[in-house]
Design a protein around this ligand. Structure first.
Ligand SMILES: NC(=O)c1ccc[n+]([C@@H]2O[C@H](COP(=O)([O-])OP(=O)(O)OC[C@H]3O[C@@H](n4cnc5c(N)ncnc54)[C@H](O)[C@@H]3O)[C@@H](O)[C@H]2O)c1
Length: 260
């Protein structure tokens, strides 16, 4: 399987998991638009990926919660490359508080990045996919699309919601040759997770070592973090799968933390 001639848009791809997926796609021959709120970092990532080849990358400034920026960015990609074949709605943030202390503004901001962002980017890409009669939407869920953890009410709510969105896109997209799937990673050591270690230690009154060994990895079969490369490989599989037999699914990649 390869992604030769495929045109992908990946949000939140200047670093972390999104950049890892972009790297995997470019290595498989795709052209990838790195869309991120941080244009400077997105441009640096795109330049490095184009240099590595054999595919290529471009960068876009996009706040996924802004309808105007999402529509303009998707239009820019479609104009540059003649269409969009793959969307990976990956941009995400994490904010942890107990429910009773969760500031409403922070709750809304988290839901907007994950849910509005996935909705808006999908809505902007679907007309291009429907016009060509093919396409694949990949939403970035989490083990928290399946399980809850203390302090993560907004994140758990958003990630559960993405399963519903993915299934609905799959139902509607089927008639147009478009599939949709959700990736559900366990803990991956990116900036999003590094930030949580001291925050959770303080909120739960335990050491940072306990947060890593008990809270984050305690449920795994081998006490290992999931890697960016693991998640990128699942994204590649969903993107390159040759038919739409594989649609409406959510796949957990978590060292066995969650099994179903
Ligand atoms: N790291 C993990 O353990 C883990 C586990 C499961 C799921 N995820 C999910 O994977 C995705 C990527 O997470 P990560 O760990 O790579 O995080 P990260 O913080 O390393 O990267 C997130 C990227 O999203 C960008 N971003 C943030 N808000 C944005 C916005 N409004 N518009 C556009 N871009 C924005 C950031 O600039 C950054 O480049 C998220 O959806 C996250 O919930 C992460």
């Amino acid at each position: 399987m390869d992604l030769n001639e495929k045109r992908a848009l990946i949000t939140g791809a200047s670093g972390g998991i999104g950049a890892g997926i972009a790297k995997r796609f470019v290595a498989a021959g795709a052209r990838v638009a790195i869309a991120d709120i941080d244009l400077e970092a997105a441009s640096a990532t795109a330049a490095a990926l184009t240099e590595a080849g054999p595919g290529a990358a471009m960068s876009l400034e996009m706040d996924v919660t802004r309808e105007d920026q999402v529509n303009a960015g998707v239009a820019q990609v479609a104009e540059a490359w003649g269409g969009v074949d793959i969307l990976v709605a990956n941009a995400g943030i994490q904010i942890v508080h107990p429910v009773e202390e969760f500031p409403f503004e922070e709750w809304k901001r988290l839901l907007a990045v994950h849910l509005d962002g996935s909705f808006l980017t999908t809505q902007a890409c679907l007309p291009h996919m429907y016009a060509q009669g093919s396409g694949t939407v990949i939403l970035m869920g989490s083990v928290h699309s399946k399980l809850a953890s203390p302090l993560k009410s907004a994140y758990v709510t958003a990630k559960h919601g993405l399963i519903g969105l993915g299934r609905t896109i799959a139902k509607e997209g089927g008639a147009h040759g478009v599939r949709a799937n959700v990736i559900c990673p366990g803990f991956v050591r990116t900036p999003l997770v590094e930030k949580q270690i001291p925050e959770q230690a303080a909120s739960l009154g335990i050491s940072e070592e306990e947060v890593v060994n008990r809270v984050m990895l305690g449920g795994t079969v081998d006490q290992e973090f999931t890697s960016i490369e693991d998640v990128a490989e699942v994204a590649f599989m969903f993107a390159a799968f040759p038919t739409n037999a594989l649609t409406g699914q959510s796949l957990v990649v978590s060292h066995g933390w969650h099994m179903e």
